[in-house]
Design a protein around this ligand. Structure first.
Ligand SMILES: Nc1ncnc2c1ncn2[C@@H]1O[C@H](COP(=O)(O)OP(=O)(O)O)[C@@H](O)[C@H]1O
Ligand SMILES: [Mg+2]
Length: 281
């Protein structure tokens, strides 16, 4: 169903319907019947242990499945349009304009011999920005991501910055075109707690201000509990549980979720408290 007649109305920003992803190299089903729907302004946490198929799911959304892996069936709609109809050329244009992804390990995404401004330029050129305005546009994007002196940052090289700063630069670049759908795939996993929190707050505020749909992939229940309204738990390629965050934590339905929550309870309630404290400050 594409059109949503419930409160809020309109089309879902991101909709996945019965997605199946196969690896022809190993003959394995990596994603098995996954469906989800996300409106603008909503935050959905996608959780599950390493290898359960979270990254494959969002790689399919981005049109970026790795070699040897293919979408066997299912529909993916972004702003109501079925992505199966897009050519790779169209997909390239749609990435960043309609949907952007930020991943973990920011250092590997940067070219060590290029300044931060050069990284912005590359993206801007591919999006047809006005060359004369590009420096001021980049500065504005950095300011939105909490940089007080963006002109200084633009002339730095990646090695001169911390992981947390680079991740914020990545976000600034990814959000240049103000895409209505943002995917954060373990975007804060490699960072220290302070940088993690800072980025999560930025993402949350940004998506609220710009009415974005945010798909937040995390293995951290504290992050899911404090930021998201909805949650989906995956295991071995399948969805085992989905619903409102509050129901999930208060009253998990599956044994799998119950056991996971039980073993992580001390950890996530403490992290939940600390993250919430900062976010609500
Ligand atoms: N290129 C590939 N070819 C075949 N299988 C892969 C490939 N990349 C990852 N996988 C497998 O796909 C499964 C899902 O991986 P992934 O989506 O990255 O998990 P997650 O992001 O939840 O940790 C894993 O079992 C992984 O081993
Ligand atoms: Mg992953």
């Amino acid at each position: 169903m594409t059109n949503d007649t419930g409160p809020g109305g309109g089309t879902f920003a991101l909709e996945i319907e019965n997605l199946n992803i196969h690896a022809h190299t190993t003959g394995k089903t990596l994603v098995d019947g996954v469906s989800l729907a996300l409106r603008r302004g909503e935050i959905l946490a996608l959780v599950g242990e390493s290898g359960c198929g979270k990254t494959m799911t969002v790689s399919a959304v981005m049109g970026l499945l790795p070699p040897g892996v293919h979408k066997a069936s299912g529909n993916i709609r972004i702003l109501g349009e079925n992505t199966a109809e897009w050519s790779s050329e169209q997909y390239r244009n749609i990435r960043n304009e309609r949907v952007s992804i930020v991943m973990q390990n920011p250092m590997s995404a940067f070219d060590p011999v290029l300044t931060i401004f050069s990284h912005f330029s590359e993206t801007m050129v591919s999006h047809g920005y006005d060359g004369k305005k590009s420096r001021s546009t980049a500065m504005e994007a950095l300011r939105e991501m909490g940089f007080g002196e963006p002109s200084v940052i633009l002339d730095l090289y990646p090695f001169q910055m911390s992981g947390g700063m680079l991740q914020r630069v990545m976000l600034a670049i990814a959000l240049l075109s103000h895409p209505p759908v943002i995917i954060a795939d373990e975007a804060t996993t490699d960072l220290d707690l302070v940088s993690q929190k800072r980025i999560l707050i930025l993402l949350k505020d940004y998506s609220k201000k710009n009415d974005c749909a945010l798909l937040l992939i995390t293995h951290d229940f504290g992050v899911a509990a404090s930021l998201a309204q909805k949650i989906i738990l995956m295991k071995e390629g399948k969805i085992v549980e989905s619903g409102e965050v509050k129901d999930f934590f208060d009253n998990p339905k599956s044994d799998y979720a119950r056991n996971l929550l039980f073993s992580h309870r001390a950890l996530y309630t403490e992290r939940f408290r600390r993250i919430k404290e900062v976010i609500e400050a």
